[in-house]
Design a protein around this ligand. Structure first.
Ligand code: C2E
Ligand code: MG
Ligand code: MG
Ligand code: MG
Length: 292
C-alpha cells in the first residue's frame, strides 16, 4: 500500500496492531473464567540439596487455554495482576499447595517435602492477605512449617514496617519466606536486611553465565556470603549444568533448582520421578518406595 493511500494505511495499521491488542483483551476476559473453568493447573519443580536429595518443590502455575493451548505464567500473571484476578488465582494456588502438603504427609517418601508458593506483590498487599493465608493453611490441615512463600523485591514499594508485620504474623504460624529473583530488583540492601526472610533465591540470570562471566561469579559469591551473614539460606535457581552446581557448592550454596535436576512437571510425573530419584539414592529401598 502506498503511504498516500489513506484507507490502505488504516487497514495496514489495523492488521499490525489488532492481533496483539486482541490477544491481550481476550486473555484478560478469558482469565476471568480460567479458574472456574478448571483451566489452571500446577506444575512442580524439585529443589535438591548437595547430594541431589529432593527437599521440596516450587509450585508453578500453568494455564491450559481451550483455544490457545498452554500459556506460560510470564504471559498471563502480569495481566492477572493488572485485572486483580491474581487475588482469587493466588488463593487457589495456595489452597492446592496446602492440600498437596496435607496429602503428602501420609507417605514416608513425601512427608518432609516443602512446597514453595509464588506470591505476587498485588496479592501480598491485599489488606486481608494474612487472614486469607492463615485460614487457608488451617483449613487444609497441612503443616505450615512445610510451606514457604516466595516474595519478590517488587513488593517493597510501600511501608516496610507493614510488610515486616505481615511476614512476622505468618512466620508465627510456622511458615517461612524466600526472596525470589534476588539481585534483579531495585530495592536497597538496607531495606532488604530489615525483612525477616529465611531464604534468598539467586536469580537464574546470574547462574546462567556463572562459569564464564567473572562479574556474575563475584556477584553470586557475594550474595551467598551476605545471606550467610544475615542467617539466611541460599538457593540457586536455573541450575542447568553440573559444573554450575559444583561451583555454587564450593561457594557455600547448598540448595539448587533447575533443569539439571528436573523441569517443572505435572503432579503425577513429579511423584514418579521422586520415586526413581529416591530409589537411586538409596539402592536398598526400592520396595519401600514402591518401585517395581
Ligand atoms: P519464578 O518464580 O522465578 O520461577 C522460576 C522459573 O524459572 C520457572 O518458570 C521455571 O520453569 C524456570 N526455570 C527453572 N529452572 C530453570 C532452568 O534450569 N533454566 C531455565 N531457563 N528456566 C528454569 P515458569 O514456570 O515459566 O514461571 C515464570 C514465573 O511466573 C515465575 O518465576 C513466577 O514469577 C511466575 N509464577 C509462576 N507461578 C506463579 C504463581 O502461582 N503465582 C504467581 N504470582 N506467580 C507465578
Ligand atoms: Mg519463584
Ligand atoms: Mg525466580
Ligand atoms: Mg520470576
Amino acid at each position: 500500500a502506498k503511504k498516500s493511500d489513506n484507507l490502505n494505511s488504516i487497514e495496514m495499521y489495523d492488521e499490525v496492531l489488532h492481533p496483539a491488542v486482541k490477544t491481550r483483551a481476550t486473555l484478560e476476559t478469558d482469565l476471568a473464567f480460567a479458574l472456574q473453568g478448571q483451566q489452571l493447573l500446577l506444575y512442580f519443580q524439585v529443589q535438591v540439596d548437595e547430594t541431589h536429595q529432593p527437599i521440596g518443590a516450587e509450585v508453578l502455575l500453568r494455564w491450559q487455554h481451550p483455544a490457545l493451548g498452554m500459556i506460560p505464567p510470564d504471559q498471563f500473571i502480569p495481566i492477572a495482576e493488572e485485572s486483580g484476578e491474581i487475588v482469587p488465582i493466588g488463593q487457589w494456588v495456595l489452597q492446592q499447595a496446602c492440600e498437596q502438603l496435607r496429602h503428602w504427609a501420609s507417605a514416608p517418601l513425601t512427608r518432609s517435602l516443602m512446597l514453595s508458593v509464588n506470591v505476587s506483590a498485588v496479592q501480598f498487599n491485599q489488606p486481608d492477605f494474612v487472614q486469607m493465608v492463615t485460614d487457608t493453611v488451617l483449613q487444609s490441615g497441612c503443616d505450615p512449617r512445610l510451606l514457604r512463600l516466595e516474595l519478590t523485591e517488587s513488593l517493597i514499594v510501600r511501608n516496610v514496617d507493614e510488610i515486616i508485620g505481615k511476614i512476622q504474623a505468618l512466620k508465627a504460624l510456622g511458615m517461612t519466606f524466600s526472596l525470589d529473583d534476588f539481585g534483579t530488583g531495585q530495592s536497597s540492601l538496607s531495606v532488604l536486611k530489615r525483612l525477616p526472610l529465611d531464604e534468598l533465591k539467586i536469580d537464574k540470570s546470574f547462574i546462567k553465565d556463572i562459569l564464564h562471566n567473572t562479574y556474575d561469579t563475584f556477584i553470586v559469591e557475594t550474595i551467598i556470603k551476605m545471606a550467610k551473614n544475615l542467617g539466611q539460606t541460599v538457593i540457586a535457581e536455573g541450575v542447568e549444568m553440573q559444573p554450575q552446581k559444583t561451583l555454587l557448592q564450593t561457594m557455600g550454596c547448598h540448595r539448587f533448582q533447575g533443569y539439571l535436576f528436573s523441569k517443572p512437571l505435572p503432579l503425577e510425573q513429579f511423584e514418579s520421578s521422586l520415586q526413581t530419584e529416591m530409589a537411586m539414592l538409596q539402592p536398598g529401598n526400592e520396595i519401600a518406595v514402591g518401585v517395581a
